[in-house]
Design a protein around this ligand. Structure first.
Ligand SMILES: *Cc1c(COP(=O)(O)O)cnc(C)c1O
Length: 233
């Protein structure tokens, strides 16, 4: 089947699932984190091959690419997760196909979504993860940790979003375990605002074991499963 087009895809997926199960056991956890396969830069046919292998949640980081693939694969019933930096101008368009947005980091991206909901243009609230910047570089995506409480309150009250929890990318210059420990503390602050918002979206190819140990509930894993990404076009 699709293994001819994407040799090794099924084996890599199975291996990652086993490694996740091992890390969950090692961490003494009895819940299973959700696996979101990040398919950015790969063609829609690879996403279709993943769907055939049982994958239901896929993630993308660029709006135009995500929109095109979601439209092409609309029949597959996949849940699309938007994980890239979100432009406020594009927020409404992203909400048209995204089941979840992992990069809600400022009021400016919430306002257009709320207007859409008020106009009746949204079938259901979109799952929202509040992205938090774990670096000292303000140019990186994510809210400053000082903004956690007011932003969590704002998302919680939003008619367009359902606050699910926090999201972060581990900085390059810090051990993932220490960065994710900080994120777990931020998650507790968000839960103090909204007890339902217990999700932690963290863990990529090179750090998902540490993320699982720190309580990640939503893993965003790309290249360990898809193979090397083609160059950006
Ligand atoms: C690309 C990407 C991932 C997956 O990265 P891999 O290292 O390929 O697993 C996860 N999260 C975000 C926000 C990404 O942009």
């Amino acid at each position: 089947m699709d293994d001819a087009q994407y040799p090794g895809l099924g084996e890599r997926l199975a291996r990652v699932r086993e490694e996740i199960a091992g890390a969950v056991r090692d961490a003494g956890r009895d819940d299973d984190p959700a696996l979101i396969v990040i398919t950015k830069f790969h063609p829609a046919s690879l996403v279709a091959a993943l769907a055939e292998l049982g994958v239901r949640d896929v993630g993308e980081n660029r709006h135009q690419e995500a929109q095109a693939k979601a439209a092409e694969l609309a029949d597959l019933g996949l849940r699309w997760h938007f994980v890239g930096q979100l432009q406020s101008k594009k927020a409404r368009q992203v909400a048209a196909y995204a089941h979840a947005i992992h990069s809600i980091d400022r009021v400016a991206v919430i306002e257009p979504l709320d207007r859409l909901a008020d106009e009746g243009g949204l079938a259901a609230p979109v799952d929202a993860f509040m992205q938090i910047n774990l670096t000292r570089d303000a140019g990186r995506g994510g809210a400053d940790p000082d903004e956690i409480e007011p932003l969590a309150e704002r998302i919680s009250a939003s008619p367009s979003l359902r606050l699910r929890g926090v999201m972060a990318v581990a900085p390059l210059n810090e051990a993932p375990a220490s960065a994710f420990a900080r994120l777990a503390g931020y998650s507790a602050r968000v839960r103090a605002v909204d007890p339902e918002a217990s999700g932690i979206s963290a863990g990529m190819t090179h750090d998902f074991r540490e993320a699982i140990a720190a309580g990640a509930t939503h893993l965003r894993i790309g290249s360990a499963i898809t193979g090397k990404r083609p160059q950006a076009r």
